[in-house]
Design a protein around this ligand. Sequence first.
Ligand code: Q46
Ligand code: ZN
Length: 349
Amino acid sequence: MPRRCKRFSECGAEGVVRVPYAGLTLCSDHFVEYVESRVEKTVERYHFLSRRGARERWAVAMSGGKDSQVLAKVLAKRFEDSLELVGLHLDLGIEPNEYSRRSREVVEATCEELGIPLHVVDLAGEHGFTTDHFHRPGGGGSGSARRLRSGAKDRRRGSGDRRRRRGECSACGLVKRYLLNKAAVGLGVDKVATGHNLTDEATTLLSNLLLVDLDALSRGRPWSARKEVVGGPPDAALVPRVKPLYETSEEEVLLYAVHANLPFVEVECPYAAHATSTSTKRWVLAMEGVRPGTMLGLVRGYQKRLLPLLEREVGGGAAPLTSCGECGQPTSTPVCAFCRLKAKTLGPG
Ligand code: Q46
Ligand code: ZN
């Protein structure tokens, strides 16, 4: 006999989704409602909205993937009164599988459907290179981001293929963080919302715990505060970030997209297979399968017990921000990592 939806006592529709950690079986409509409520509660729990109750302007970082599509939809639907939204899309110029073209189309259609304006940053048009450059031999990926961030030479020898590819995604990540912040400053938004989900966050947390990376562990809030450049131009600042899907798993995000008929780019970035951390993710998912609620318990326990301790003991050592000598954006070095990566990518002349 099929299970019945138990979201509310009056609903006796056929249950189509199991939420094991909550002991719930839900019909399609109530599953959609359940995920939306989770996101609302996350926004409330971590105080993403100012307590003064003023309407805020948020940019939603929209890649076209399921996470950011769901994020934009839920924010537009559930926070109409408290948020003014603008979609922010980075066109990274990834040509294989027509990935960037398809991503941009999905985002454009979704913003139109949701009635929110869209701002697109075209990496090739604005800076003269694309993410594809990092994946070409000698294209500036391979460890560049790490070296550029630290300003140190990479002393590792014999970098293997896997390490090289990790460096390429790392360079792309650096570019994305830079472009998002710069665009957010230009748009004058209060915050940038990103689609990091619970599965991503639990995986990152576990990786950092396994490495006992105290520095990374001391910076694990699902939000960041605004940081100004001391004595710099008023538009040089790090815009606060929030992660409203922090307590919504990747599986829930995917099922929400399906049950809410939300389009998303189903092909992965052609370079995503090169991304690491998949073994830790498999481990996290296996634990969740054996003991539902593991991921949520992990991130909540960390936020409540471990992070405050680490913030006191380890945090606070970040170098003060100045503005980049080339582009004026915030940095802790004379020329920011993005400008150095760009110079290396484009080469002399
Ligand atoms: S877009 Fe860029 Fe990702 Fe593609 S190249 Fe890697 S970092 S996988 S999220
Ligand atoms: Zn710069």
